[in-house]
Design a protein around this ligand. Structure first.
Ligand SMILES: Nc1ncnc2c1ncn2[C@@H]1O[C@H](COP(=O)(O)OP(=O)(O)OP(=O)(O)O)[C@@H](O)[C@H]1O
Ligand SMILES: [Mg+2]
Length: 250
């Protein structure tokens, strides 16, 4: 197994609040990792610091063996645009653009692929996620679930190595959460590494591994294994995760 992301001795504080205290973490290529922990435990901070959205105070972050923790802002944006995708609790799509135009925008900005190929990728992604029928809709005229699927398409347009999510289902109801997570599991099955923060054990039970943050460190780790025959194994996965979470005081 190849390590795609390696975090070494990562520390981060905000003034005198030490939020991350010597985090060490390795993520394998193709892995699906869920990050859990109480509110304020530093989940988002960890995600932002390993994805170059924020800078560690000390420590290193390696993406595909390359130290990205000290890149200048311009290089870091390039790495993020070409190699990482992001999905947040809210879709943050641009209001004056259609669903399709929002999705292709990072593709055009990257310049990694010809525009024709970006458009083709967008068509495939929209079809795969079931939003092709609303491609030309105004973003104010589609549902929350459709918006979040569009946000996933936008995150995947440049075929990133890693898809990061911070509570990607945080504002969705349970049936839409299931639809969006089915898509994320499919993306992972196709080889994209997935790292998401969630407080929802039903979401985390779909990951291969869950880490639990506490007191600025990885307090515990649970290996669940690859998501396969999920519907059949779902109750068992959720049960063992919930038992483990209870042990962590969650
Ligand atoms: N930009 C910032 N400036 C100052 N303090 C911050 C900043 N971002 C986060 N913090 C603090 O760092 C700690 C961890 O915040 P973080 O957002 O990472 O928690 P979280 O685990 O994601 O919580 P939640 O589940 O509520 O989203 C909190 O005490 C928070 O107040
Ligand atoms: Mg958070």
């Amino acid at each position: 197994m190849k390590t795609i992301l390696e975090v070494q001795n990562l520390c981060k504080s905000f003034e005198d609040n030490q939020v991350l205290n010597n985090i060490n973490l390795k993520v394998e290529e193709g892995e699906f990792l869920a990050i859990m922990g109480q509110s304020g435990s530093g989940k988002s901070t960890l995600l932002y610091n390993i994805s170059g959205m924020d800078r560690p105070e000390s420590g290193n972050v390696f993406l595909c063996g390359k130290d990205i923790s000290k890149l200048d802002d311009e290089k870091m944006s390039e790495v993020r645009l070409d190699h990482m995708g992001f999905v947040f609790q809210h879709s943050y799509l641009l209001k004056n653009l259609s669903i399709h135009d929002n999705i292709v925008l990072p593709g055009f900005r990257s310049g990694k692929m010809p525009r024709e190929q970006v458009n083709q990728n967008a068509d495939i992604l929209m079809k795969d996620t079931g939003i092709d029928s609303v491609a030309n809709h105004d973003i104010k005229k589609v549902s929350g679930g459709q918006l979040q699927r569009a946000a996933i398409c936008r995150a995947l347009i440049n075929k990133p190595e890693v898809l990061f999510g911070d509570e990607p289902t945080g504002s969705l109801n349970s049936s839409t959460t299931k639809e969006v997570m089915d898509i994320i599991n499919d993306v992972n099955k196709d080889g994209t590494t997935v790292i998401i923060v969630t407080h929802d054990s039903k979401v985390a039970a779909r990951a291969d591994r869950v880490i639990f943050l506490m007191d600025g460190n990885i307090h515990a780790e649970l290996k669940i294994g690859k998501y396969e025959d999920y519907e059949e194994k779902r109750p068992l996965r959720e049960k063992s995760l919930n038992q483990w979470l209870e042990k962590q005081g969650f």
